[in-house]
Design a protein around this ligand. Structure first.
Ligand code: AMP
Ligand code: MG
Length: 343
């Protein structure tokens, strides 16, 4: 009898203390842009319940989809792609900002990131196009080259507009738009007074403020194999974004070869190297999304050299002799969390 009481009292006490210590936490999730989103919010201001946060989230995501999606014919991007005019084409402020940023990432990555690769992405059967009936030949890719190249795309910020040098240039923002969507959603939540939140759109994660336990958010980096998802490492983040991007999820197989959805602009072909995955930490989700795509193009060694030179927190995970090897820049090491426990 006594024993039961002894056991129950601390349990109740702990539960009570837990309630008192743990601030209110709210989570929502759903489908978006061909993937899923999840949003975790700590201590929402009074009156901001699940329905209000879900409504605001879905409004932001729907706006992005309407501007940036190449999967719907009525989006701004699809209308710009369909236009054969080489005159300025008016667009929304969001689209102009995103394309301007994309062109900057192209310059900084030495052309590894390129939003004008759309015809090549399609030729290899990714994006809105279905898997190709036959793989493109070198001559096909050479013919497409005339329509491709970020220097043939221009942005005006006043008024907001885009212009192409060649009538059949097309843009594909899939390598950067999910990250941008995370940033816009975070700005919206902050403007509602939600200073502590974590957003994940298809692997683009941004952690703002402190987590429920009053510390940095702990984000798991997935083990880059196509079996069941499992954590490989944990990073601790506060007001930072992380992208884990790898070829282990988005590819198809043909005659025993894997074809990645990341295209190397130098060859027009899917990247083929031993890089299993790359993890990029940075100030915005747009930044980490674009850089993760760029590092996937560059591969482990040239990618590491560029990240080290730019003092960026990046970790490369490579297959060598059938085993995973990781190589992180010194800036990345500072975010790694080796402790066990609840995230
Ligand atoms: P991510 O998963 O962020 O690396 O984005 C991959 C998507 O971006 C692909 O499905 C393509 O639509 C597009 N893409 C492929 N290669 C590149 C590249 N080198 N630069 C920019 N976007 C690319
Ligand atoms: Mg990306």
């Amino acid at each position: 009898m006594n024993r039961t009481i002894v056991l129950i009292v601390p349990t109740l006490l702990l539960a009570f203390m837990g309630c008192a210590k743990r601030p209110a936490e709210l989570s929502i999730s759903g489908p978006t842009m061909g993937t899923t989103y999840s949003v975790k919010v700590i201590e929402p201001p009074p009156g901001l319940d699940e329905a209000v946060i879900r409504h605001a989230t879905e409004e932001v995501l729907a706006g992005i989809d309407l501007a940036m999606s190449s999967y719907r014919a009525d989006s701004e991007v699809s209308r710009f792609n369909a236009s054969a005019s080489t005159q300025w084409f008016p667009v929304s402020a969001d689209l102009a900002r995103l394309v301007r940023a994309a062109l900057e990432f192209s310059e900084l990555s030495g052309g590894a990131f390129d939003v004008t690769l759309a015809p090549m992405v399609a030729a290899w059967g990714f994006g809105p196009a279905a898997q190709p009936v036959s793989l493109p030949q070198d001559a096909d890719l050479d013919a497409l080259r005339r329509r491709v190249g970020y220097r043939k795309l221009h942005v005006s910020m006043q008024p907001f507009a885009l212009r192409k040098d060649v009538p059949d240039l097309e843009i594909d923002l899939n390598g950067i738009a999910p990250g941008y969507a995370v940033d816009l959603l975070s700005a919206r939540l902050s403007s509602m007074g939600i200073g502590r939140h974590m957003i994940d759109i298809g692997g683009e994660v941004l952690a703002v403020g402190l987590n429920a336990r009053g510390g940095p958010w702990r984000v798991a980096v997935e083990r880059p194999v196509d079996a069941e998802p499992a954590p490989y490492a944990i990073v601790q983040l506060q007001d930072m974004a992380v992208t884990t991007s790898g070829e282990y999820r988005r590819y198809y197989e043909r005659d025993g070869r894997r074809y990645s959805h990341t295209i190397d602009p130098r060859t027009g072909k899917p990247v083929a190297h031993a890089l299993a995955s790359v993890v990029v930490i940075g100030p915005t989700s747009m930044h980490t999304d674009a850089w993760a795509t760029a590092f996937n193009v560059l591969g482990a060694q040239p990618g590491y050299d560029l990240a080290a030179q730019r003092q960026m927190p990046v970790m490369f995970i490579e297959w060598r002799d059938g085993r995973l090897h990781r190589r992180a820049t010194p800036q990345f090491q500072a975010y790694l969390d080796w402790s066990e426990g609840e995230s």
